[in-house]
Write a protein that binds this ligand. Structure first.
Ligand code: AGP
Length: 592
């Protein structure tokens, strides 16, 4: 997901832009750039492929005069290979801009402009957007009207931060389906993809809504609605600190966020009495849980719990599929949308379709004020705090915890409630402290090419997330499989020493799962058996056993998944992978 930062104010814009870009690195990128205007009205655009440090090196080796306004960008390539030419900012005539999103009809617009003898130098949709705004500006000199006139031809998603060369004290911005916030301070203001880019300087921000236009100078911020009327958007106060964007002594953000889970989960269950107890999802005839990636895996946990305890049929849907299928939504369908970032394009699109079909929509989201949170009929925030590592950990378990909270009023089991209220101690004292065991497992698997995760029921759902964690940060291929399904084909892939991470925590299907594990062992698998204290396994069908605390089926996934997160973490660490920013990945995929 690209990152946008704009600065206008009393400080050196170059430094402010670099600070912001470093805070946006976590979103995933492959190139970056800044455009600044110096006190002699000279425009300088400096771009670099690779890390921000390479951009910084180029900037430090350029003669840059004092400057107080500029825009910057981290690019996650969609159209056009990652290189300096395709990196943002882009310039055309009087216009310089940066863009997050995809202009789906850019080819058509490009062809229109080529008929007007406009020349293009990059492979990007963003250059087309820049050229088109410049084209309209040649006829409409009111900049806000120009931006509205131009962008109404754009299909897809965009967050734009724009500087016009004849107005060097102002940054203009607009958005559709991609996030944009305006940071508000004294003698300086910011435009950014998210608050982290300027939180060090101000915690006041305005959320720009779809099809609103912002005019930002160092002393003034004016917001226009789509009728070009001036409006007053709420000034929000970020209630988290700059330190939450620091590693705070951990080697990686991912490790820090794994160890934040006890506190995050405790906080969620503490909200049960006041916030969740009266939410009744049992009145719906059917429930769709729609999400992507790990959020979809959290939905699988929700499916098992809701079907087992509320007896309501639950479909877990991959958002990119859901939006193009016959959703079978009826007037008593609840669509639960799961998203850490609240900006995932496929999930946002699926939400809009659910609303068009008159489903009731409930979003479970971490980022306050994100597009999904503003689109759903009701939103429950996980309040897990900023999640910087691309691989989600606390974002996933906090979604599971909210889903658990939505069924608790139907369980009325004090033992379960006590367990959930003690989840922080259980995790801290009996799971997250098994570091040497996790490292030992990582040492056994980090040089393997194919690893299998198997389990039944809720353990299979946990396997899905464990497998994704391993793949996305260690780049080792793995598959999660229902333990009982392996023998229907895939077991042919099990050879001598093929690692099989087998999870068995549910006494109702424990023996069946053990039988499936033995089937893999009989074919030479190297079995890493993850179970709980409840079971006294005597016969040696495994090579390594990891024993976790005994809990109810309600809580078991919250106990097992942190173990799988840490196994994946240490495996990736053994391979010296870029754990917080894995190759090819973005923190939130705001393109389809
Ligand atoms: C999680 O580790 C992945 N990075 C990815 O699958 C993620 O869960 C997915 O892209 C959904 O993101 P969201 O929760 O922000 O919508």
């Amino acid at each position: 997901m690209c990152g946008i930062i704009g600065y206008v104010g009393k400080q050196n814009a170059t430094n402010m832009l670099l600070h912001g870009l470093k805070k946006l690195e976590y979103r995933g990128y492959d190139s970056s750039g800044i455009a600044i205007i110096d006190s002699y009205n000279n425009f300088q655009i400096i771009k670099s492929i690779g890390k921000i440090s390479e951009l910084e090196f180029k900037i430090n080796n350029n003669t840059i005069q004092k400057n107080n306004i500029g825009i910057g960008h981290t690019r996650w390539a969609t159209h056009g290979i990652p290189n300096e030419v395709n990196a943002h900012p882009h310039e055309c005539g009087d216009v310089i801009l940066v863009h997050n999103g995809i202009i789906e009809n850019y080819i058509e617009i490009k062809q229109e402009l080529e008929k007007e003898n406009v020349e293009f130098y990059t492979q990007t949709d963003t250059e087309v957007a820049c050229a088109y705004i410049n084209f309209i500006y040649s006829k409409e000199k009111d900049k806000i009207k120009c931006i509205k006139e131009a962008t109404k031809h754009f299909k897809g998603s965009y967050a734009l931060s724009i500087i016009f060369k004849d107005d060097i004290n102002t940054i203009y911005a607009t958005r559709l389906n991609s996030p944009l916030v305006i940071g508000i301070s004294k003698d300086e203001n910011f435009v950014s993809s998210d608050v982290s880019a300027f939180l060090k300087f101000t915690n006041k921000y305005i959320l720009l809504n779809h099809l609103e236009y912002a005019k930002v100078s160092k002393d003034n911020v004016t917001i226009y609605n789509d009728n070009l009327e001036i409006i007053q958007n709420t000034i929000n106060i970020a209630n988290w600190s700059e330190s939450e964007y620091e590693k705070s002594g951990y080697d990686h953000f991912m490790l820090k966020e794994i160890y934040e889970q006890p506190k995050v989960l405790k906080n969620i269950f503490n909200r049960y009495e006041n916030e969740f107890k009266d939410i009744d999802i049992s009145k719906y005839s059917n429930i769709h849980i729609v999400a992507c990636g790990s959020a979809m895996h959290a939905g699988l946990i929700g499916k098992y719990l809701i079907e087992n305890y509320l007896n309501i049929p639950v479909n877990v849907e991959i958002a990119s599929e859901y939006r193009y299928k016959n959703t079978l939504i009826n007037n008593n369908t609840l669509v639960i949308i799961l998203s850490q970032s609240g900006e995932t394009a496929d999930t946002l699109a699926a939400l809009k379709i659910a609303k068009e079909k008159n489903a009731t929509t409930l979003a479970i989201v971490n980022v306050v004020g994100s597009s999904i949170s503003r689109e759903a009929d009701k939103t429950i925030y996980t309040y897990a705090g900023p999640e910087i590592a691309v691989a989600t950990t606390k974002g996933y378990t906090s979604q599971v915890a909210i889903l658990i909270s939505l069924i608790l009023n139907k369980i009325n089991d004090q033992k379960v409630l006590n367990e959930l209220n003690n989840i922080d101690n259980i995790l801290t004292n009996s799971v997250l402290n098994k570091i040497e065991e996790f490292k030992d497992i990582a040492d056994k698997i980090y040089n393997k090419n194919d690893i299998f995760f198997i389990g039944r029921g809720i353990d299979y759902a946990t396997c899905m997330e464990g497998s994704l964690k391993l793949k996305e940060i260690s780049y080792i291929h793995s598959e999660a499989y229902p333990a009982g399904e392996l023998k229907h084909g895939t077991i042919s892939l099990i050879e001598d020493f093929t690692p099989v991470i087998a999870i068995a925590t549910d006494k109702n299907i424990y023996e069946k799962t053990i039988s499936n594990i033995k089937e893999t062992k009989a074919r030479g698998a190297y079995v890493i058996f993850i179970t709980t204290e409840e079971f006294d396994t005597t016969d040696k069908f495994y090579d390594i056993k990891l024993v976790l605390p005994k809990t109810s089926n309600i809580s078991s996934s919250l106990i097992v998944i942190p173990a799988l997160q840490l196994i994946s973490y240490y495996t990736a660490k053994n391979k010296n992978c870029d754990i917080d920013k894995p190759k090819n990945l973005a923190k939130s995929v705001t393109v389809e």
